[in-house]
Design a protein around this ligand. Sequence first.
Ligand SMILES: Cc1cc2nc3c(=O)[nH]c(=O)nc-3n(C[C@H](O)[C@H](O)[C@H](O)COP(=O)(O)O)c2cc1C
Ligand SMILES: [Fe+2]
Ligand SMILES: [Fe+2]
Length: 407
Amino acid sequence: MKKLKIADGIHMLTMNVEDILFEGIWEIANGVSLNSYIVQGEKTAIIDGVIGWDGIPETLYRDLEDIGVDPKNIDYLIVNHMEPDHSGWISNFRKIKDDFTVICTDKAAKIIASFYGEDKIRIVKEGDTLDLGKGKVLSFHPVPNVHWPDTMYTYERDTKTLFSCDMFGAFGRMEDHCFDDELTPEEIDFFESEGIRYYSNVMITFTPSLKKAIEKARQLEISTIAPGHGPVYRKNPQKIIDDYSRFSQYAEGSGKNEVTILWGSMYGMTKKAVDYVESILQREGIKYNKLQMPLESDSETVATVFKSAGIIIGAPTYEYKLFPPIAVALNEVGRKRITGKVAIRFGSYGWSGGAEKELAEIIERNNMKWDFVESVEFEGAPKDEDLVKVEEKVLEFIKKMREKVVE
Ligand SMILES: Cc1cc2nc3c(=O)[nH]c(=O)nc-3n(C[C@H](O)[C@H](O)[C@H](O)COP(=O)(O)O)c2cc1C
Ligand SMILES: [Fe+2]
Ligand SMILES: [Fe+2]
C-alpha cells in the first residue's frame, strides 16, 4: 500500500489489485487501484477504508501508523459508498476499536446494517457538516445511484477537496505517479482509456444519476478531486469532470472519431467482407478497432463499443439465428445501456438466413435505439455485387457516424 500526502492533515493510502474479476465479472486487463483517505484535525476520519480483497487489516493498520495515525484514534469512518471494495474492513476494524462512528447516508445505513450488523451510525443529509477541528470541516452531499443507491460525496472545505468515491474513478494500476500533474503523456492516455473501461463496465447503467452528480460537482468550488479508484486531480480537476461528461454522451450514442468492427466468422465467408470493409476504412482514413468474437473479453468489448461513434457488425447466420458470440456481445452491450449508436450489419448465410431477425430482437429487447444503415446479407461467399453493396452501405454509415463524433 502506498502512502501519499495530499495536503496538511490529509493523506491517501492506495493499493493496486490485479488478477481479479471486478464485480465477479470483469477481467480488468490492467488492474485497479483502491484509494482510501485520512483527514486529521483534532479528530480523525477515514474515508472509504480499504484493505484490498485479501482482507488483511494488519497491513492497513501498519500503514496508518506510518503516517502518524494510531488506528485506535480514528473517530469517524466515513462510508461514501457501501460496496465492499470500499467498506469491506469495517467488521475487522470493530475488533480492534469499538468506539468509532460510521457516517453515511440513510440508504447506506440500511445496507451497512444488513452486510456488517453495524448500528453505531450517524446518518447525514445534503449539506450536513462534521467539524474535525484544526480547520478541517467535512460536508456531505448525497449522489444517489452513482453505482449504488447509497452513495455520497464528502467535501473538505479548508482544502476544497472532493472525495468522490466511485465517481470520477478509473481502472488501471497506479505506479509511481498518483497525481495528475505527475502523469506522463502516456499515463494520461492510459488513465483516460482505463476511465472509459471503468465507466463502461461499472458505471454506465447509472448515466442519468451520473449526470446529476456531475452537476453537483460543478456547483462545488473544487481544488482537488480525490476518487476511490485512479489518480488524484489537483492540477486540473476540471479535466476528469469534463471526461465524465463526455463519457455520459458516449453512453447515449456519441463517440470518439473511430469505429469498431465487431465480427465473427465460422469458415471465413463473412470475413471476406470484413477484410473488404477494412480496406474501405483505411482508404477513407477512418480509425477502427477490430474485435473478433468470441476472442475478446466482455470488459474490452463493452469499453471499445462504448467509446466508438459507429459499430460495424460482421456476423453470419448460425442455427437460424445470429452468430452466437456476436449475439452474446450485443446483448451485454445492450444490458449496459449503450444506446443510440450508428451501426451496420453484414453477413453470410447458407440456406434461409435468420441472423437479421435475432439482431432486431436484441436491439428491441434492450431498448438500444441503434440507428442502423440497411444490412447487407449474402449467400455463401460475397460476390462482387455484394461487395459493391457493402461499400455503398459502409460509406452511408461513415457519413452518419461522423455526425456522432464528440472529442
Ligand atoms: C453450425 C452452422 C449452423 C448454420 N446455421 C444456418 C442457418 O440456420 N441458416 C442459414 O441460412 N445458414 C446457416 N449456416 C450456414 C452459414 O450461415 C454459412 O455457411 C455462412 O457462409 C457462414 O459464414 P461464415 O463462414 O462467415 O461463418 C450454418 C452453418 C453452420 C456451420
Ligand atoms: Fe461501486
Ligand atoms: Fe468502487
